[in-house]
Design a binder for this molecule. Structure first.
Ligand SMILES: Cc1ncc(COP(=O)(O)O)c(C=O)c1O
Length: 471
């Protein structure tokens, strides 16, 4: 506790309460300057762009121009009553740059959490429009993250959420959970990837039938899970299988691409991560997005709506109840559109897919062939993770008290690279891990620098844990 006589050094109620902690004090391109305890670490290469947010890096001169123009041309209005041209234009852009027929409408919000909250309202209203009020149950996954608000936490599940259970929607009657698709830990040795998928889909179908298909509203998954499981790609056929079950049982297929979407992991130089795994005809009915849509320059996120959902509204009440003060915000949408056009014009989505895969392949080859704490290296395009284990053969995780994930992040910072370090789950179902998600503008030289600094940090932490007798 802070003694009454000590001067107060932080006035922000976030992170560590009694002191400012890490502060960003500057940035240019893919480098940031970070201050800690009065010491500035200059030119840290930002391999994580905050929380997988930055596409264009910091202080982009073109973005300054886009912002300037958007500020002059945008007039605030409360969009549910008076909309604007920029939110229309951004919606049209996203739809036109997604596979044909996938989406037909979009709603713009200010955070991924808010997008998931709004998506849940859309799910509910969709069934009311169709006269099916009993379709209320949501099936999402254990070990998932969909945001910080209470609705978003209700469809999520991970140990960090557990203390807030009393305020969350009931897990038996509304927010049902299914197991994660986590090949590294839960595919049996004797199983093929396809057999693992079959097992997961079989259990899901049973869950649907046991609960009564007529009560299931939506199945919700992160296309490529981020902060909870660390970029574990869906096993072969898994997303296709969920799509087929949703078709068969009249359920909304809802993908959360807040962290992995909007160009971070697209194989076609476009926007959606699911294009790695699904055809256009298998597109989700609802998809939430965020993060790179505004590249950290504006706070924007959204809900993309497929034709099936839109048609039900149009053929029903043709109206959406209420809205948020800053939904469809003209300035934010105009800036995001300018940013997305620049990304497309400069082929930056294709660049991050190639550069990210290069980084992933290099890390995999080097880390998994040497004696160190890395147990798995996985990811797609511009989004990768390293999972740390005490024993590579048994995949045993480190004791939670060792704080391996957060310590790795700190070591990386000292070595001049910014990553995200996440702790293990105490029940052993996921190890400590580190995430990387660089800006879309990275070059091969940047990748080399990130690679070398991450490898050095893994080797440093391995030596430290050896000295402590923990590895
Ligand atoms: C998959 C996913 N969904 C939703 C969110 C919530 O987004 P926000 O932090 O912008 O509210 C996050 C944030 O990391 C996320 O990773």
């Amino acid at each position: 506790m802070t003694a009454a006589t000590e001067p107060q050094t932080s006035y922000v109620f976030q992170g560590t309460v009694d002191k400012p902690g890490l502060q960003v004090v500057g940035g240019k391109s893919v480098y940031i300057d970070v201050e800690k305890d009065g010491v500035v670490h200059k030119n840290v290469i930002d391999a994580m762009t905050g929380a997988a947010v930055g596409a264009l890096g910091s202080a982009d001169e073109d973005v300054f121009k886009i912002i300037n123009e958007a500020a002059r041309e945008s007039t605030y209005s409360f969009c549910p009553l008076i909309s604007n041209k920029s939110s229309e234009a951004l919606s049209k852009f996203y739809i036109e740059n997604s596979p044909e027929g996938a989406f037909s409408s979009a709603l713009w919000l200010t955070s991924g959490s808010e997008s998931n909250e709004n998506a849940l309202r859309i799910v509910r209203q969709y069934y009311l429009e169709r006269g099916l009020p009993e379709k209320v149950k949501l099936i999402s996954r254990e070990s998932s993250y969909h945001g910080f608000t209470l609705g978003a936490q209700s469809i999520s599940w991970n140990p960090r959420i557990e203390p807030f259970t009393p305020y969350l929607m009931d897990r038996k009657s509304v927010c049902l959970k299914m197991p994660p698709a986590y090949t590294y830990r839960f595919k049996e040795k004797a199983e093929t990837e396809e057999q693992y998928t079959e097992r997961l889909l079989g259990a899901l179908e049973q869950q649907i039938i046991e609960n009564g298909a007529g009560t299931i509203a939506a199945i919700i998954v992160e296309t490529l899970p981020g902060s909870t499981l660390g970029t574990t790609p869906p096993p072969k056929g898994y997303l296709k299988g969920i799509r087929a079950l949703c078709n068969e049982y009249d359920i909304i297929f809802y993908l959360d691409e807040v962290m992995c979407g909007t160009g971070r992991c697209n194989p076609n130089g476009k926007l959606n991560c699911w294009e790695n795994y699904l055809d256009a005809s298998e597109a989700p009915d609802i998809q939430t997005i965020g993060k790179t849509i505004g590249s950290g320059y504006v706070t924007l996120a959204g809900v993309l709506i497929g034709p099936k959902i839109r048609n039900a509204f149009v053929n029903g009440s043709n109206s959406v109840f209420g809205g948020n003060t800053y939904s469809g915000h003209a300035f934010n949408c105009a800036v995001a559109l300018g940013i997305q056009k620049k990304i497309l014009k400069e082929n930056l989505t294709a660049n991050i897919f190639k550069m990210g895969n290069l980084l992933g392949a290099k890390l995999k080859e080097r880390l998994l062939s040497a004696d160190n704490i890395a147990g798995d290296v996985r990811g797609v395009g511009g989004f990768w993770s390293i999972e740390f284990v005490k024993d590579r053969a048994t995949k045993q995780i480190f004791d939670a008290d060792l704080n391996v994930g957060p310590r790795f992040k700190q070591l990386c910072l000292e070595n001049g690279v910014n990553v995200m370090g996440m702790p293990a789950f105490a029940d052993g179902s996921c190890g400590d891990h580190a995430l990387v998600a660089p800006a879309f503008i990275v070059t091969e030289d940047h990748i080399e620098e990130i690679y070398e600094k991450i490898v050095k940090s893994v080797d440093d932490l391995t030596s430290i844990l050896k000295q402590e007798g923990a590895f």
